[in-house]
Design a protein around this ligand. Structure first.
Ligand SMILES: NC(=O)C1=CN([C@@H]2O[C@H](COP(=O)(O)OP(=O)(O)OC[C@H]3O[C@@H](n4cnc5c(N)ncnc54)[C@H](OP(=O)(O)O)[C@@H]3O)[C@@H](O)[C@H]2O)[C@@H](O)CC1
Ligand SMILES: [K+]
Length: 498
């Protein structure tokens, strides 16, 4: 698991640790870690390739300690022969850091010398962004904003110190221009804004430098599972397992108007490891599901689910429609004492029938931004800009575990750290992939996983399957269909048992 903490918690932990250490120790640790990553990039061949000696490096230096870190790291690189120039962009500059850089032959140029600063940036092999770290608030002011744009246009490798300047450390919100980093070297703990879009998109590869903060940090606000975590949550069939013990998932999906969603949701369930899938719908979707998935046990239903047989969890909503019949069926599912995953049309129904959510067994909602906006009475752009805030609010207000789909999928449950999914590909943004996710994740619920683990494991495997189908041999990605994702699910599971 990668753990992330909001700014207040980082500052409190830093104060506690600093009280036990000689002054400046933490900054020296941070700067040493940052310099080591820069040196590695300069020497790695693939990124820049010329080594540290003689490499033109630019430091973008703001007024605070983030600039101090960059200056000390720059001094370390200058000591190894790099040609380091600091562009001083703040109203003041960290004095110790600047003195250290100058002492080893580094230069400084004020950002007010626009032509001089621009020429340095254009010549650089590597740029260290030390403008703002956890002290940043709101959109970048000048000259930071222009420097961020210039750095992005320069072709140099950009390394962000602690955070790319312009992203909110605690939320990932970005207002206006922000530094686009290739690598972010962050200190002590991950910050939520590095894991959640839009901030995560600016961070590139994130490397954590241990500065000894661990024992002083409280519970995380956000965490991102790794493959090992997901592997440990997944139920594995044993010799004693029969189909009932592995989990029977009920899928209530599809209608006369929309049939594809049902076929895809059942596909997600079949390839998601269900012991058995029971599919309940009207005639036409049942016919199609039987053709495509003979493994599923199907029941043509009218207004009642009484004939469907026992299941251990339900998936309700994909292609179901939103009319009175659909509402009554959804109400029946939610009246059971079983875990229920609600998606798509089911969510539209819930936005007018929030009372259906006042139940005790686990409920997992899997909206995209538009669906969540409707559930919360806001608009999709608001949700996209502040995904963490909205997913947390939804979990609290809706009495449910909420998986918000999108460029970074985030999962919230009351009083738990938000889970961020690290897998996925932009190619997954295509019709029907959400239906696959709901079938897969509902199956994990039926297999006995707690809702938050089922959601996190489902998102992880779905994202991995998306990547594997878009780029199966690492030769470059291509468009995929939702069916491809279904087909790639076994391969995604396999990577976890490797
Ligand atoms: N604490 C520790 O032990 C350790 C800390 N470490 C390092 O310190 C960093 C935090 O340093 P920090 O607190 O000095 O804040 P920092 O991010 O440099 O910002 C400075 C100033 O920028 C300004 N400003 C704000 N928003 C702005 C905007 N939108 N556009 C333009 N300007 C803006 C604002 O000044 P104002 O304008 O309000 O006067 C603010 O005060 C941390 O990220 C890590 O790198 C490590 O060394 C490990 C040990
Ligand atoms: K920075």
């Amino acid at each position: 698991m990668r753990y992330a903490h909001e700014v207040d918690k980082v500052r409190t932990a830093e104060r506690a640790l600093m009280a036990r250490l000689p002054e400046g120790t933490l900054m020296r640790r941070a700067a040493a870690g940052l310099a080591a990553v820069c040196a590695r990039l300069l020497s790695s061949g693939r990124e820049v390739g010329l080594g540290v000696y003689g490499a033109p490096i630019v430091l973008l230096v703001g007024s605070g300690d983030n600039g101090g870190d960059a200056l000390y790291a720059g001094a370390g690189l200058a000591r190894r022969g790099a040609r380091v120039t600091a562009i001083l962009a703040g109203a003041k500059t960290h004095e110790g850091g600047l003195a250290a850089l100058r002492a080893v032959g580094g230069r400084a140029v004020p950002a007010t010398d626009e032509a001089g600063a621009a020429a340095e940036i254009d010549r650089a092999d590597l740029i260290v962004d030390g403008m703002l770290g956890i002290g940043g608030r709101g959109g970048l002011r000048e000259p930071y904003a222009s420097l961020a744009v210039r750095a992005a246009d320069s072709g140099a490798v950009v390394v962000a110190c602690d955070l790319p300047s312009g992203i909110d450390a605690s939320t990932g919100q970005v207002d206006g221009p922000a530094v686009q980093a290739d690598v972010t070297v962050t200190f002590g703990t991950y910050k939520p804004g590095l894991l959640v879009d839009p901030g995560a998109r600016h961070a590139g590869v994130v490397e954590l430098v241990d500065i000894g903060l661990g024992p002083y940090l409280p519970d995380p606000d956000v965490c991102a599972p790794r493959g090992d975590d997901v592997a440990a949550w997944l139920p594995r069939p044993t010799h004693e397992s029969d189909k009932y013990r592995r989990g029977v998932v009920g899928v209530l999906a599809g209608g006369e108007a929309f049939t594809g969603a049902a076929v895809l949701a059942v596909g997600g369930a079949v390839h998601g490891g269900a012991g058995m899938v029971r599919f309940a719908s009207s005639e036409h979707p049942v016919e199609l599901v039987r053709q495509r998935w003979p493994e599923a046990v199907t029941t043509v239903i009218g207004d009642s689910l009484d004939q469907v047989g026992r299941v251990q969890a339900w998936v309700a909503g994909p292609g179901l429609g939103t009319d009175e019949r659909a509402e009554a069926l959804l109400a029946q599912v939610l009246a059971t004492d079983l875990p229920v995953l609600v998606d798509a049309d089911g969510l539209t129904i819930l936005s007018r029938r929030r009372d259906l959510l006042w139940r005790t067994p686990p409920t997992l909602l899997t909206p995209h931004a538009g669906e969540l906006a409707r559930l919360l009475g806001t608009d999709a752009a608001e949700v996209e800009a502040r995904r963490l805030e909205h997913v947390r609010r939804a979990a609290e207000e809706l009495n449910a575990t909420v998986l918000l789909k999108g460029s970074t999928t985030v999962i919230a449950e009351a009083e738990r750290p938000v889970r961020v999914n690290p897998t996925g590909t932009p190619w997954l943004a295509t019709a029907g992939t959400g239906d696959v996710l709901s079938g897969l994740t509902g199956t994990l619920l039926a297999g006995g996983l707690p809702a938050i683990d089922a959601a996190a494991a489902g998102a992880y495997l779905h994202g991995l399957a998306g990547r594997l189908s878009a780029d199966p041999n690492g030769a470059g990605a291509a468009p995929i269909s939702a069916y491809d994702v279904v087909d790639a699910l076994p391969a995604a599971f396999r990577t976890l048992s490797a």
